[in-house]
Design a protein around this ligand. Structure first.
Ligand code: PLP
Length: 284
């Protein structure tokens, strides 16, 4: 069945959606995005995603396409029109269509596109019981990973390298330290302390990361925001990743070495449970 998608002010069937071939998102990856999860037909942490979107746009001198209130309305309308109970709303804003030039166009109107993805069983994913296997790869992405741009080719290549190695994902490494996963933030747990890389231009400030660290602190768990290496991670008691669509997902193997017992650990399981409980309660 065709989805109803949103393109620049209109709700249309997905096969009728149109964007200019001159759109800078298409020509130059000159665009930013957000992915908001839907559980029980409601949006998880919409405010967090809206705030990060505003930041990404500001960092690129890009105009917002509409207000946060309008964005919320569009998200809700799409969830309703497509009957999404569990899944995602993908949002993309680009600088808009203009004759191709490296300089930013003066008067381009931003393009705004949103669509939903149905993902039944997201919260009860069997992967969360089994845990993921990751490989490490060099982080050769650009230097402003704090901006959530649509230039995702290297993360996409990383995912393919992981699949080719019989694994689920890749952790990227720069100057000897883990930056993040291809589409998630990376964590280890050692002697009860949750360790995850500090924020900076080298990683995306995950909306799920912020919530999980807040819940961990509220549950009196110790948190250290600092770099760690792959060998430290292989020697940890547990490892996991966080993202809007996977919540808290355990990692049980890194570059062929089992982490801890090689099974899903108690800290990741507990954080996943707390995160899902709390976020369902706060969903709008
Ligand atoms: N890091 C990268 C590179 C990502 O692409 C993502 C999500 O897409 C994340 C981290 C996690 O961010 P969030 O928790 O906001 O989904």
């Amino acid at each position: 069945m065709e989805r109803i998608v949103y393109v620049n002010g209109e709700y249309v069937n997905e096969s009728d959606a149109k964007i200019s071939i001159f759109d800078r998102g298409f020509l130059m990856a000159d665009g930013v995005y957000e992915v908001t999860t839907v559980l029980d037909g409601k949006l998880i942490d919409f405010d967090g995603h809206a705030k990060r979107l505003t930041r990404s746009l500001n960092e690129l001198d890009m105009k917002p396409a509409c207000t946060d209130e309008e964005l919320l309305e569009i998200h809700r309308e799409l969830v309703k029109r497509n009957n999404v109970e569990e899944g995602m709303v993908y949002l993309q804003v680009t600088r808009g269509a203009a004759d191709r030039d490296f300089a930013y166009p003066k008067d381009a109107k931003p393009s705004l596109v949103l669509f939903t993805q149905d993902k039944p069983g997201l919260a009860n994913s069997p992967a969360a019981q089994i845990g993921m296997k990751v490989i490490s790869i060099d982080d050769i992405r650009w230097g402003r990973r704090d901006i959530k741009t649509v230039q995702l080719l290297y993360p996409s290549m990383g995912k393919m390298m992981a699949k080719a190695a019989g694994c689920d994902d890749a952790w990227m490494v720069e100057d000897g330290s883990v930056t993040e996963g291809t589409s998630n933030n990376a964590y280890i747990v050692k002697d009860g302390v949750i360790i995850t890389r500090h924020l900076g231009n080298e990683i995306l400030s995950g909306i799920t990361r912020a919530a999980v660290l807040r819940f961990a602190k509220e549950a009196q768990m110790k948190v250290e925001e600092r770099s760690f290496t792959i060998s430290e991670a292989q020697d940890a008691d547990e490892a996991f990743v966080t993202s809007a669509s996977t919540f808290v997902m355990p990692v049980v193997e890194i570059d062929g070495t089992a982490v801890g017992t090689g099974n899903v650990g108690p800290v990741a399981s507990r954080l996943r449970e707390i995160y899902l409980d709390e976020m369902r309660k706060a969903a709008i």
